[in-house]
Write a protein of this length. Sequence first.
Length: 183
Amino acid sequence: MPSFGDPNPSVLVVGLAPAAHGANRTGRMFTGDRSGEWLFRSLHRAGFASQPESVTSNDALRLDGLLVTAAVRCAPPANKPLPQERDTCADWLHAELELLGKLRVIVCLGSFAYAQTLRVLGDRGILVPRPRPRFGHATEVPLPDAPTLLCSYHPSQQNTFTGKLTEEMFDRVWIRARELAGR
């Protein structure tokens, strides 16, 4: 599944993987599923998205200053990527980071995306703190000579239906991403 958004972003969003009934069906990350409903509404409120919803890949949605990608590029069984899938797909994230010269912020949606992003940045020679900072909602990890990592709970139904992630919590992440990006 290809990334989607601004080809010259200051903010990169790293999700887990394409959803079987969302991106896998529509051909665009976070499009046509409940996680995408949450994501694009919040991005719209923060000024990153041209509209608050994304139902199909030809719905005219545009992202400004932000690119959406995933740690794993295919829909994994039970939404739990195997280490082999994680490692095979790491090259895609490596390549994107190589091409995205003006990144200021990487927003990691969930602990899997956070761990994979730190792994890839470390592989690229970025000094990653040891011990690795613990994942948590709204956790910021400044890195020397690299974009700041900003963490958020993933907008999955498991998190949104239970109230672990609220729209207000999610909105604060995107407002902070905007501040960190200097937008």
